[in-house]
Design a protein around this ligand. Structure first.
Ligand code: NAD
Length: 502
């Protein structure tokens, strides 16, 4: 068993494999054994081996966490925001100090390369920096609205909130919500992905080391049942979710049916429109990195390249660039055996339907890691817009090339997708770029950028079926999500007349 798992794990039971340990929940500042009767294996996808077991926690576990979070809320919410921010300055320094250990945990449970894992922690650091600036951004307003009458607006935290996260960024996505929600005075329950629950444990340890009071941050492990319990729990005020569109819809509907505030980010099918005047080298390198980085398991990954007119030279260069991503070297595995089979199934089906596989990543085997779930970079040409591979989220290092005659046809293909996370255009023409920016139906647009993630303080969030709920998950938008406004009208002038607004 990996030594990094030790501190978060319950004592081994007789029926657990020797090299594996059962994870605990984190409630009220303590590691607490779950009352679960069932555990799931956590698999290191690089080698296909179990590294821990994660509990499918019970409603009772969640209830204990909500009680702890509610109790902590009483004093945490009353602490001045500038004092709360001090804890996140310390947390940021701890993220920096522990960057390699945090990245190793990400690598162990998710499989991404060390460079990718470090980049993920760097984004967590950037989001924490934003949270440190909350005192500068979350201030209220005050105005004398008529003689002797003053209106003021103050922000209040919501109470206990929950964050439900996916497998592809075990450290970064939890950190999209943790620092912002907490600095604004809420207390939080994190339900990490059952496939990658280890990074969250280290986050809890670092928050404690930074001085976060017990009960402000809690972890309840599990999957569907615990997510449903979060949506239903009467004392959880808001739910933030990141994951697939199918589940985002379920969580949004269920949480809001219990009158909770909800923001649910879903899946994606990102189109990169490539025009014949695009810079050949730069376009090829960017598109290859976008489709292959994190083994294509990014909601911002290039999934379809819409080739306008003759861009054959760029496609040739793109194939050369994609081949530079070598499984087991600079290309990690996909998350599970099931994911590998699903991804290769899409490629098989497209090929049978007449698409041309230019670079084939099927059946990738890495020496010494034969049980890992590797898929090599794959580029498929002549994909038709109605094929399943062109419409659905593949979530692997696979790029479909769809040929079009002109820019309007390309934009129509992009906009026919039910998703709307990201879209990019590659061109040297400012006018053409503007034309696409104005028409693409997506929340995050790139011009000559393969992965157009907005950096803080710009907020992150897609459109259409890539996001349900108002606002975005990071940046200033998160201040709106995690606070409610109190409007106070005060009259200090005893002589003033009583009128319609008194
Ligand atoms: P997922 O939807 O399977 O799981 C996400 C979370 O939902 C997990 O914590 C899981 O335990 C829980 N869950 C799973 N099934 C559930 C159900 N039936 N009811 C209630 N809860 C359930 O997603 P994943 O496979 O972990 O992550 C990959 C997906 O996340 C991709 O679709 C990707 O595009 C998306 N994603 C989106 C963004 C974004 O910003 N839009 C960011 C990262 C990942």
């Amino acid at each position: 068993m990996s030594s990094s798992v030790d501190s978060f794990a319950a004592p081994m039971k007789g029926d657990v494999p020797n090299d594996s340990q059962r994870l605990k929940n984190y409630i009220g500042g303590k590691w607490v054994a779950s009352t679960a009767t069932e555990y799931l294996p956590v698999i290191n996808p690089s080698i296909g081996q179990e590294i821990a077991q994660v509990p499918l926690s019970s409603y009772r576990d969640l209830d204990d966490a909500v009680m702890a979070a509610n109790q902590a809320f009483q004093s945490w919410s009353k602490m001045p925001i500038k004092e709360r921010a001090q804890i996140f300055y310390r947390y940021k320094v701890l993220l920096e100090k522990n960057i390699r250990e945090l990245a190793s945990l990400v690598r162990e449970e998710n499989g991404k390369t060390m460079n990718e894992a470090i980049a993920e922690i760097e984004k967590s650091i950037e989001v924490t920096e934003f949270a440190c600036s909350a005192p500068q951004l979350a201030g209220g307003e005050i105005l004398e609205v008529s003689k002797g009458v003053e209106c003021r607006i103050d922000r209040y935290p919501l109470g206990v909130v929950a964050s439900i996260t996916p497998f592809n960024f075990p450290n970064m996505v939890p950190n999209w919500t943790i620092p912002n929600a907490l600095v604004l005075g809420n207390t939080l329950i994190l339900k990490p992905s059952e496939q990658v629950p280890l990074s969250a444990c280290k986050i809890a340890d670092l928050l404690k080391e930074a001085g976060l009071p017990d009960g402000v941050f809690n972890i309840v492990n599990g999957s569907q049942t615990i997510v449903e319990a979060i949506c239903d729990h009467p004392e959880i005020q808001a739910v933030s979710f990141v994951g697939s569109t199918r589940v985002a819809k379920i969580v949004y509907e269920r949480a809001t049916s219990h009158l909770k505030r909800a923001l649910c980010l879903g899946g994606a099918k990102n189109h990169l429109i490539v025009l014949p005047d695009a810079n050949e080298e730069m376009t090829a390198a960017n598109v290859a990195a976008s489709m292959s980085g994190c083994a294509g398991q990014r909601c911002m990954a290039a999934s379809a390249m819409v080739a306008v007119g003759n861009v054959d030279r760029i496609i040739q260069k793109l194939c050369d660039e994609a081949k530079k991503f070598i499984p087991g070297e600079n290309l990690g595995p996909v998350i599970s055996k099931k994911a590998k089979e699903r991804i290769e199934g899409y490629i098989d089906e497209a090929e049978k339907q007449g698409a041309k596989v230019l670079v084939d990543g099927r059946n990738a085997i890495v020496a010494g890691k034969e049980n890992g779930y590797y898929v090599g970079p794959t580029i498929i040409d002549d994909v038709q817009p109605e094929m399943r591979i062109a419409r659905e989220e593949v979530f692997g290092p696979v790029l479909s090339i769809i040929r079009t005659k002109n820019i309007n046809e390309a934009i129509a293909i992009e906009n026919s997708s039910p998703y709307g996370n990201a879209a990019s255009v590659f061109t040297q023409s400012g006018g053409m770029a503007r034309y696409v920016i104005e028409r693409a139906s997506a929340g995050m647009i790139g011009v000559n950028i393969g992965v157009p993630v907005p950096r803080e303080p710009f907020s992150f969030g897609g459109w259409n079926e890539s996001k349900f709920g108002a606002g975005d998950i990071t940046g200033k938008s998160s201040i709106e999500f995690f606070t409610k406004l109190k409007k106070t009208t005060t009259k200090w002038n005893p002589e003033s007349k009583v009128n319609w607004m008194s």
